[in-house]
Design a protein around this ligand. Structure first.
Ligand code: PMP
Length: 354
């Protein structure tokens, strides 16, 4: 830290993103990206429709919001775009949390929530997950706090039903409830249909997972027009041109090819079911996942050891050192070929165990 770094960040521990190493022929299953690139159709559209790059990008992302509004059954006023959904989550912490409205989220969830809270000096409570890593909706009723819930949750993959999430929103009428649906397209139930019913509901989604755009950075939030206006106040006070023109064009291209998105999600879900069966036959405990990743452990090998041994074989999964989950690894579901390489290596590692 330089002697110039503000003391207000004394205690800030930044988020640790999954590694992006340059290992030859790496099977990368550590950051829940989509294994398929954007479709040719989407890329071609982006190539032909990117606004001239000497001009600023469309500050309101009008066309993407219009297309999303149609997809979500909402109006463009209910939507805001972000430079990835991380940016929108940060905007939500800035807009809807303070000393009087502290934050609350599960103790095992997306690791960025406590970082955003600390960055913005917002007090927060971490609510312990119940047995089996379950988010118990009743733990969130009438909390008097701004609530952040990843649904499906990360890194567990477990999902609440829409009815369970709705009950949390309904029982916190005086506070904003943010439902982070980064992984919803792989089998979860979206709360977007509830947006018009609850003025305190904000649903955040991303183009990084099901829409193959992690590197292009595009996320969005859906909420009442009033909540979206608040987020826009933050956006226009930090970075009005937060989404660049290439990303806007690609986002529109991807939205015009929903068929490919649906097909890719179906393939990932099939590969997920296949990988679950194979891992279970090897004695792994696999949490029921509604996401594009699996959270797994085995009595035959520790979480850290499996992670290291896979890494040495150029297969990268995600391991968290946190006490309650250190026996586990989070494995992104990729192509069938990637899953077969993963499984082959796990079999060999287990065979080599004493
Ligand atoms: N929410 C959750 C639960 C995530 O796992 C991620 C991906 N790390 C994000 C939000 C942010 O994704 P992005 O910024 O790429 O939209």
């Amino acid at each position: 830290m330089s002697r110039f770094f503000s003391g207000k960040y004394d205690k800030l521990v930044p988020y640790t993103p999954g590694e992006q190493p340059r290992i030859l022929n790496l099977v990368k299953l550590n950051t829940n990206e989509c294994p398929f690139p954007p479709s040719e159709k989407a890329l071609q559209y982006a190539g032909e429709h990117t606004r001239p790059l000497n001009l600023y990008s469309d500050i309101e992302g009008v066309e993407v919001r219009r297309a999303l509004a149609e997809l979500c059954g909402l109006r463009p006023e209910n939507l805001i775009l972000g430079n990835g959904s991380d940016e929108i989550l940060n905007f939500a912490f800035m807009a809807f949390c303070d000393e009087a409205h502290p934050a609350a989220f599960p103790d095992i969830s997306y690791g960025f929530y406590p970082v955003f809270a600390d960055l913005n000096r917002i007090p927060y409570t971490e609510i312990p997950l119940r047995t089996g890593f379950r988010v118990a909706p009743e733990d969130y009723y009438g909390l008097g706090r701004t609530i952040f819930i990843a649904n499906p949750n990360a890194p567990t993959g477990l999902a609440l039903t829409r009815a369970e999430a709705e009950e949390i929103v309904k029982r916190n009428p005086g506070n904003v409830v943010v439902i982070d649906e980064a992984y919803v397209d792989f089998g979860g139930e979206s709360c977007i249909p509830l947006v018009e019913k609850y003025e305190n509901l904000l649903v955040v989604q991303t183009f990084s997972k099901s829409r193959s755009m992690a590197g292009a950075r595009l996320g969005f939030a859906a909420g009442s027009a009033a909540l979206i206006r608040d987020l826009n106040t933050i956006k226009f006070s930090t970075n009005p041109y937060n989404v660049n023109s290439m990303t806007l064009a690609l986002g529109l291209g991807v939205l015009m090819d929903e068929e490919t998105t649906r097909k890719n999600c179906r393939t990932v879900m099939e590969n997920r079911a296949y990988t679950v069966r194979e891992l279970e036959s090897l004695g792994f405990e696999v949490l029921p996942s509604a996401a594009n990743f699996l959270f797994v452990r085995s009595d035959r090998i520790g979480g850290g050891e499996l992670y290291e041994k896979l890494r040495a074989r150029a297969v990268l999964v995600r391991h968290f050192d946190k006490e309650r989950i250190k026996d586990y690894n989070r494995i992104t579901v990729g192509t069938r070929e990637q899953m077969d390489i993963l499984l082959k290596n796990i079999r060999e590692i287990l065979e080599d165990m004493p």
